[in-house]
Ligand binder design. Structure first.
Ligand code: NAI
Length: 455
């Protein structure tokens, strides 16, 4: 039986990154991946959506070029071309990961893995038809889209009328009217793309706001931007049934039948823990998620878990960090994930990015905090590039130490600026510390420094 120092179940961002790190540290590593390396992020998530959204951004720029003295006539977008380009981008990146696995000496087995037990040599894992032994295990089996128990939804999913983030990325025809169930990250990114390319889009959200965990003020600005572009929102609303070319929606006590020709269901994801044999070794789960601590250890010595499967943050960048944290701890190098400072981004146009506490979450945790918003118009670069922008940055500080607890932004470059704010939160920098950092000028990010003199 083939023996490895480490067997990794799942070759997504948590798994492939951990594999590379572990191999570089001299471990003999096997990665079991049933689909394609890169996982959901690369194959049906982060990267394909960003490819689509970039095409939409170029198209939107062409439509609004006259705001900047540029005349563009006859701009159009070829959705079929966009999908083909997306496939090329994904293939190139998956090939890149395959090559780096090979270079690092990682064994990749393209089959489904299942833990079967433990012997004196280590844990036994069946990958396809072959059994392997791993002294240590890292479980990175990811997550899957939730298909909620709405009448008719499952059947409509089988016929293709309802799609998830996976199928929508391969849909060659542009729907005339797309209904999106769930105004969270996936719903908003897809609504943005399909609105830009000419579809009518209605977003049905159960909560009274979109982008659930986002700061309230930012969520409203985002909603206003979408509404100006023609996206319709039904908030505090529930889809109660899906039928032939319609969804039945309940909102404000009334019932409405909305006709549409495609439905995207994006109401969250759940950890994938079924069928991987966790019970054979007694790994503890709660609500279907593997229980881990900040070192990514599970309840069983020698088994770690990283990425969406622990249900903690469900973001690819958290997965990278968890994977490497697990490997460091396996090697005896103490490491822990700082969950307070994980940035999140919604790649809409304008972009939304945030890190740390909102005023509401800080108050709820009993931290005395203060928050202030600043218009991005303090930035000359922002004004030069945004004829009609209404972006803001909101800073949340602790009242006692004046340390940065959270930064929330909506506007251009937000996704690229936020990691600087993550460093401020992680390092517990104070307002006075940030004032001493020199930011490049003119940039949109320098509004954060400017804000420090007004707090
Ligand atoms: P989500 O949790 O972001 O949003 C789901 C939304 O659906 C919530 O606002 C919720 O209130 C609403 N909802 C739930 N049940 C509903 C119902 N029956 N009717 C109407 N609304 C309902 O989940 P989403 O968008 O599916 O994304 C899944 C995961 O993927 C998230 O954890 C997200 O962080 C991650 N992701 C991250 C991206 C990024 O970093 N840019 C991009 C895409 C996904």
């Amino acid at each position: 039986m083939d023996k490895f120092n480490l067997i990794i179940i799942g070759g997504g961002p948590a798994g492939y990154n951990a594999a590379e790190r572990a191999a570089h540290e001299g471990m003999k590593v096997l990665v079991a991946e049933e689909k394609a390396l890169g996982g959901v992020c690369l194959n049906e998530g982060c990267i394909p959506t960003k490819t689509l959204l970039y095409s939409a951004k170029v198209f939107d720029s062409a439509k609004h070029a006259s705001d900047y003295g540029v005349s563009v006539s006859g701009a159009s977008i070829d959705h079929d071309f966009v999908i083909t380009r997306k496939n090329k981008v994904v293939t190139a990146l998956v090939t890149g990961i395959k090559m780096s696995m090979k270079k690092a000496g990682v064994t990749v087995v393209n089959a489904t893995a299942r833990i079967t037990g433990k012997t004196s040599d280590g844990f036994t894992v069946k990958v396809g038809e072959t059994e392997y032994t791993g002294e240590k295990l890292l479980i990175c089996s990811g997550s899957e889209a939730v298909v909620p128990p709405i009448s008719g939804l499952r059947e409509a999913y089988e016929t293709g009328f309802v799609v998830t983030n996976r199928e929508i990325l391969d849909m060659r025809a542009v729907p005339e009217h797309l209904v999106v169930i769930g105004g969270g990250v996936i719903g908003l990114e897809m609504a943005s793309y399909f609105n830009s390319i000419g579809a009518r889009v209605t977003v049905v959200e159960m909560l009274p706001k979109i982008a659930g965990s986002a700061d309230d003020e930012i969520s409203k600005i985002l909603q206003k931007n979408y509404e100006k572009r023609g996206v319709k929102f039904m908030l505090s609303a529930k889809v109660i049934a899906v039928g032939d070319r319609y969804v039945q929606i309940e909102a404000d006590g009334s019932n409405e039948k909305v006709m549409c020709d495609r439905v995207l269901v994006s109401v969250g994801r759940r950890a994938r823990t079924n069928g991987i044999g966790l019970e054979s070794v007694g790994v503890l789960t709660e609500r279907g998620e593997i229980v881990t601590d900040e070192t990514c250890k599970t309840s069983v010595a020698g088994i770690w878990a990283a990425g969406d499967v622990n249900g903690k943050s469900m973001l690819a960048h958290t997965a990278y960090r968890e994977g490497e944290t697990a490997v460091n701890n396996m090697l005896g190098k103490k490491d822990r994930v700082d969950y307070r400072a994980i940035p999140s981004v919604i790649y809409t146009n304008p972009e939304v990015a945030s890190v740390g506490e909102t005023l509401e979450s800080a108050n709820a945790s009993g931290i005395e905090a203060a928050a202030e918003s600043f218009t991005l118009k303090y930035s000359g670069r922002y004004i030069a590039e945004n004829a009609k922008g209404d972006g803001i940055v909101k800073i949340v500080i602790g009242k006692k130490h004046r340390n940065i607890l959270g930064v929330h932004m909506i506007g251009s470059y937000a996704s690229e600026i936020i990691y600087g704010a993550a460093a401020m939160v992680a390092n517990e920098e104070r307002v006075e510390d940030v004032r001493k950092i020199v930011f490049p000028h003119p940039t949109v990010g320098e509004v954060i420094r400017e804000a420090m003199f007004m707090m």
